[in-house]
Design a protein around this ligand. Sequence first.
Ligand code: ADP
Length: 297
Amino acid sequence: MVVPGRGKSIGFFIALGVALISVIVLLYVGWIFLSWRTGILLFLGILLGAMLISGIVLNTFFLVREIRRNEQQDAFINAVTHELKTPVASIRLYLETLQTRAVDDAKRTEFYRIMLEDSDRLLETIEQILRTGRIGHSGRKPTLSRIDLGGLVQECVTRAATLYDLPEDSLTYRPGSPITILADLDEVRAAVSNLIDNAVKYSGLNVKVSVQIAADDEKHASVRVCDEGPGIPKTELKAIFKRFYRARGPAAPRVPGTGLGLYIVRSVAKRHGGRAWAESEGPGRGSTFVLQLPIAR
Ligand code: ADP
């Protein structure tokens, strides 16, 4: 996957390196030519020394950032490979069984159901990657239309309840007063679905998710998705919205994923002039995700 801006940052390192070498050369040449003037020398020495130190600090900062990005991309490639390989391997196994053995009707129906679920998972991963590319493309503007926010959220809740086969009180939606937003239907649907999917999948066996909508002020409305799942450490509340970021450490839930869902949510919010953020009292205390979007006038 080609990461935009990578060429630019490498160019920056090269330019910075060349600039630092020029400063060193200047320092030495200056030493020879200006040694008779101690005052000027001292002044230039301090100035160039300070430049060198700040340059090296800056260089180290950007290098560390590049290395972190590399690590995240490696983790992303591993996660995506796993997400693509697992359903394909499963579908293949069931097809081989169907081809080589006599299977009764009940088993056959069960195999078809599992294969359909696996192909949905495969399609979802592919769609997530394609959507990241589309949304990250700055030239591609959202197609705005007036959307009934309550209706859209209800649609996403119904989809998730069916997809995860949830009992009625596990995923609830409390409709508030009607709100019309000005947004790209496809993008907002993807963002809200990502938040609900995360709330369900990170809750494990104890799914208690509630979704609400509200007008925050005259200009903004928000969708709040609350769960009673594993929660998020305060230090990671911002980082989880970065592209490819997946929570680490022993407290992080072992749930498959690509680290793209919340990046899509935040990008959709930004593209509409809104915001997205997470709230949590810490590990074990559930989380709330908020997607804020502009109200249509
Ligand atoms: P993915 O779910 O594919 O890893 P996301 O971008 O959707 O990618 O989420 C990034 C990280 O944020 C996840 O790896 C997870 O650790 C954390 N996270 C997201 N939603 C929740 C949630 N509802 N509860 C706890 N942690 C969450």
